[in-house]
Design a protein around this ligand. Structure first.
Ligand code: NAP
Ligand code: GLV
Length: 314
């Protein structure tokens, strides 16, 4: 019995080494192969993947489980040869909760402590001591999403004294966090925010959600953090909202096209901070632990973690 591994971004093989080493310890009898060296493809029952190339699934006739080496499965679900009847499991946390919480906290601190205003002042050699810096308790952060990563980020912000709300499909009960849910509560959620964080999965319902109509529901001068997927944003509307002051700044980790093309206006916009889709990298050893546990559970006929509901899209 074999597992096929593939990562579309692990160019230096570091993730693969960590993943293989951890799997060797946790699941020594599992034969791990790396695409395109499938060997006898009939022996492959499991696939652990990030951004699989076209044709990979067509080459695996006996696949029983697909493990996404990611939290988001939007690209996997678009694979043309994705088998309809093989269940998909995604990483829940996968070592990403801590770095994602740090990233969100960094963005909130940057906005709350007016770092963009102070950077402009520094460029003009101005000693600017009048930038408005309210107390954290008066800085309202709204997180789109209340799942694995968004809950971890919310918890970290609460620990740092911020006022935090989340918006999800279903109601949540997180300590110190106000829960809004469903489309009807979205405009109330938006009404009093200082910083908006997007940590939604990319689905047909959430694609293009961050558009002009959405931004117009936010208070003037809201800062934006998007660490989910580029396609949540309508880029032209982000630029317009930054230029007319609806948005005070944007920290963006994800883009429609990655790497972000050199001609994209985000690169040079003075109110935009760009990071290269590294808000929360998957940890190879932790991903391997989760995959190994799922393989063991599959072989023992137990329920697996991280089941993806293809109808919901996440
Ligand atoms: P998750 O646990 O599945 O959480 C998703 C949350 O979004 C849930 O609370 C869900 O609501 C909510 N949601 C989904 N569709 C919605 C809708 N139409 N309306 C309102 N709420 C909706 O996902 P996660 O593990 O936290 O990951 C979130 C995303 O982060 C991933 O999909 C990926 O795109 C992104 N990500 C980015 C990086 C990076 O480095 N930039 C790293 C990892 C992940 P319910 O709870 O009610 O279902
Ligand atoms: C990364 O973006 C992930 O979805 O895990």
């Amino acid at each position: 019995m074999a597992l096929l591994y593939y990562s579309g971004t692990d160019k230096d093989g570091v993730f693969e080494r960590r993943f293989r080493d951890a799997l060797k310890t946790l699941s020594p009898s599992l034969d791990v192969r790396t695409w395109p060296d499938v060997g006898d493809a009939k022996e492959i029952r499991f696939a652990a993947l990030w951004l699989p190339p076209e044709g990979l699934f067509d080459a695996l006739p006996n696949l029983t489980h697909i493990f996404a080496l990611s939290a988001g499965v939007d690209r996997l679900l678009k694979a043309a040869d994705l088998p309809a009847d093989v269940p998909i499991y995604r990483l829940e946390d996968g070592g990403m909760s801590t770095p994602m919480s740090e990233y969100v906290l960094m963005g909130v601190l940057h906005a709350h402590r007016q770092m963009h205003v102070l950077a402009d002042a520094q460029a003009a050699k101005q000693w600017k001591r009048d930038a408005a810096e309210p107390a954290a308790a008066d800085w309202h952060v709204g997180i789109l999403g209340a799942g694995v990563l968004s809950s971890a980020a919310a918890e970290r912000l609460v620990m740092n004294g911020y006022k935090v709300s989340t918006w999800s499909r279903t109601e949540k009960h997180l300590n110190g966090v106000k829960s809004y849910f469903g489309p009807d509560q979205l405009s109330t959620f938006c009404g009093t925010l200082n910083t908006l964080v997007c940590l939604l999965p990319l689905t047909p319902d959430t694609t293009g959600l961050l558009n002009a109509e959405f931004f117009n529901q936010l208070p003037e001068g809201t800062s934006l953090i998007n660490a989910a997927r580029g396609e949540h944003c309508v880029d032209d509307d982000v630029i317009t909202a930054l230029n007319d002051g609806r948005l005070s700044s944007a920290m963006l980790d994800v883009f429609h096209e990655e790497p972000l093309p050199p001609t994209h206006p985000f690169w040079t916009h003075p109110k935009v901070i760009i990071t290269p889709h590294n808000a929360a990298p998957t940890a190879g050893n932790i991903a391997a632990q989760q995959v190994a546990k799922n393989v063991a559970d599959a072989l023992a006929g137990r329920e697996l973690a991280g089941f993806v509901d293809r109808n919901k899209g996440y």
